[in-house]
Design a protein around this ligand. Structure first.
Ligand SMILES: Nc1ncnc2c1ncn2[C@@H]1O[C@H](COP(=O)(O)OP(=O)(O)OP(=O)(O)O)[C@@H](O)[C@H]1O
Ligand SMILES: [Mg+2]
Length: 156
């Protein structure tokens, strides 16, 4: 499955989606989060991290620190590319080390650093569809991610 769309009608739906995604992610997974300000990128990272047992309040937007690390059943690296000026600034943060590890890496505003991302990744396009509603369009890049999307769609 190359594309899967999830309609979240509430924060509870987003948490359920994050939980299901966390359960389906294989080691070394990279998730590229795209969408406007307030679309729900950070909130979705919170939901996914929750799926790995990371308390929600430890997950905050890394807009100023640019990268944060959470330790649950899996280690998560959370980037925000919003304030970066170019690809080099992103690469200086050392993302390649995480891409090559068994950890999970999540990148907000990933479209800004797309050329630095691995071929195998899950792209997520977030859209505001209502006050409490969000659309999560998932696009699988690479065969492993296509298998993941299939599993995810069946578990929701
Ligand atoms: N169904 C939903 N799923 C996710 N977030 C929702 C939902 N309904 C409402 N929201 C709210 O939308 C807001 C999303 O903010 P969030 O910080 O996650 O956006 P963002 O995409 O990370 O923005 P930024 O580009 O500024 O980093 C939160 O206040 C969240 O509570
Ligand atoms: Mg954010």
């Amino acid at each position: 499955m190359k594309r899967f769309v999830f309609q979240s009608e509430s924060l509870a739906d987003t948490d359920r989606f994050g939980m299901a995604l966390a359960a389906a992610l294989s080691p070394g997974a990279v998730i590229a989060l795209c969408g406007t300000l307030g679309a729900g990128k950070t909130r979705l990272v919170q939901a996914i991290a929750g799926g790995f047992g990371v308390p929600a309040d430890t997950v905050v937007s890394p807009t100023f620190v640019l990268c944060q690390h959470y330790h649950g059943q899996r280690t998560l690296h959370h980037f925000d590319a919003y304030r970066l000026n170019d690809d080099d600034e992103f690469l200086e943060l050392g993302p390649d080390e995480y891409f090559d590890s068994d950890d999970v890496t999540l990148i907000e505003w990933a479209d800004r650093v797309e050329r630095c991302l691995p071929d195998e990744r899950l792209e997520m396009q977030l859209t505001v569809t209502g006050e409490q509603a969000r659309q999560f369009e998932c696009i699988a890049h690479g065969e492993e991610m296509q298998a993941l999307l299939q599993q995810l769609s069946e578990s929701l």
